[in-house]
Structure formats: C-alpha cells, structure tokens
Design a binder for this molecule. Sequence first.
Ligand SMILES: [Zn+2]
Length: 391
Amino acid sequence: MLVYKAVRQRFAQNQELCTMMETFRQMVNECIRIGLDNKISTLKKFSSNHYHDLKKYDIQSRYKLTAISQACGRLAQMKRSIREGRTPKSPYVQKPYLVSCYGFKINGMLLSIPVGDRRYVHIILNHHTQAILSDKSLKVKSFVITPDSISLGIQKEIDETKCDNVVGIDRNLRNVTVGNSDKVTMYNMEDLPKITYRTKKVTSSFKRNDHRIRQKVYSKLGNRMARRVRQFLNRISKDIVSKARESRSMIVLEDIKGIRKLYRKGNYQGRKYRGMMNSWPFYELQRQIQYKSAWEGIPVRFVSPVRTSILCPICGSRTQEDMFQHRQLWCSSCKRTIDRDVVAAMNISYKGLQRFCNPSGLSDEAMKGNLGTPVILRADGSKLGLKARSR
Ligand SMILES: [Zn+2]
C-alpha cells in the first residue's frame, strides 16, 4: 500500500522564485479560462489541444504541464460541487504558488529547484525536514512553494497491520471517546467550543465600518482560530493513533457525513446552538486520524451511526435516558447506568468487529461475548502534549 504525507517548512523569499510563482499563477488561471470557455476539464484533452496556448509564458515547459494538471484539478472540483448541488467556489487562484513533480533534486540538506538554462535555486532544509527525509524508505514525489513556505510531498510503501483488536471512536462536541469492551479513554475537549466562542466574540466587537480592514482582521483571527483547533486536535489524534499502534487495533469511526444538515436554519434551533454545532470540527479530527494511521499502516473503517448510543453494549437491549443524570443511560435489564459516550464507543467497536473482523457472526453474539464494564480513563485534550514534553 502506498501512503502519502507532506512535510512543511518556512523559507526565505527569493526574487527569482517569486517571479516564477506569479507566472505559474497566471498560467493556471489562463488554463482555467480556456477550460471554462471550451468546456474541457480532462488532462488528456487539454494538453493535446491547448498546450501551445501557453507559449507566451517564459518558464520551463515542465511547469506548464503541472499548471495544466492543477487547472484540470480545480475544474474537476468545480464540476463535482455543481453535480452534488453545492454552490461552487471560484476555481481561479488568488495567491502565487508553484508546484512540480519533475526535475528537482534533494542532496543532503539542499533542495535544488530548476529555473532554466541548467541553473538551480537552492533551498536549505531545516533539521525537522532533514530528520524526516533521512528515512531511506521514503521517496520525495513533489514540492509546493508558496511565498512563505515549502511543502514536500513524500511517499512510502507500507503493509497494512494485521489487527488483533478493534477500537471505536465516538466524536462529540465536548469529548472524544475511544475504546472497546476492555478499556475506554475519554479525551476532554471542553476548550474547543471556548476557542471558537471567544474568536466570535472578538470579531463581533469589531465596529469600524471599513470592509478592507475588516477583511484583514477577520482573516487574521480566523486563521489563528483554525491553527489553534488543528493544534488541539493534533495532540488527540496523535495519542489515539500511537495507542492503536501499540495495541495493534483497527480504528472504527462513525460515518457522520452530512450531519451539518441537522443544524440548518428552520430546524427550530437557536442561532447560538446552530453556530456551536456548525463549528464542531468533527471532520478535521477524522482527517488527522486517517492520514496518521495510514502512515503507520493501521486500517481505519467506517460504520453506520444508527442506534450506536441507544443499545446497551453489555446485554444488547434498548436503554433509556437517565432522568437524573446528564448524558447517562439506564439499562433496565442490567439494572445500571452507563455513560452515553462510553456506550457509543463500545457499540462502534462491536459494529466494527462484527463487520470487518468476523463477517459471519451475528451482532448479538458479539455483544453477549463481552460482559462487564470497561476501565474508563479520562484524559485532558489540551494537556496531552504538555505531559509528553515534561516526561
Ligand atoms: Zn444491559
């Protein structure tokens, strides 16, 4: 199985590269214009009919090929959004950048990018990038340069791990619960809604009626919020994947694509509630878990979310919501209350076990085979990284 990842680092600007990036942006936009006019979005048709239209750009021909492929990708993305009934974003590129998978070299700490006439621009790779690239099984396939950063696309061959266990992951607004019938870990994420709430409060306090400054301030604050959320989830996903690797477990998630439809205008919910639920970063966590576990060779599977937080994971009968305790479920046949999120994580792991490890077994058998409640551990999501550093 081939897996991909990117390493990103900052680098000092170079006048020649800046000019190339701007030319590349113009080329991509020109290709998009041609594609829209002639209704072409496939690479083959485009390069055979319109490659010569890029003659006027003074850049090496290898970059013309990647510009065409970038434009085709953007046009295909636009077509997909139209087909799926979404409002398409403008396919045109705003910021200068440069992508290529041809002709670059990496020699120790130097990355050499061809600029024409057998000349190269050299970029020094930092210690972090060098440490990652020192792994000989990796191949560097491409690079992307933007005015302040460079990303290298790396690839490696890995075999999927043969798994002995299954862990289910239940994603909620205020916690992420990971586990199976033996052990359940709850990651506290109370801080995440606070980050988005505070950012909204600051942006709403901006009173000056000038859209240029407003746009600048909003984008700065929005980017900061996105970085903080990514960083927060990064600690959790890293911990989940490393524990799954240690216990040789398959990761099972609920397929909750389209959950935002539940929180649209006209669903009899308040504005604040809808705002909170729509800023819930469930997909970002899934994306991080998926790429990290792919890199380690851990399989990630999806199950349907139907009835995961209703059925009792111990006896399989229907539970009732506990009237006196928040987010607790009461099972009348086991005569006990269980945490709703623990129930969901256990049920997801059973569903995964039944579906992907033991296709012939029935769900009831899987449930009856696992009597008893698991050990419940609690971890604070915001402090995970700090603990690891202090050790
Ligand atoms: Zn029960």
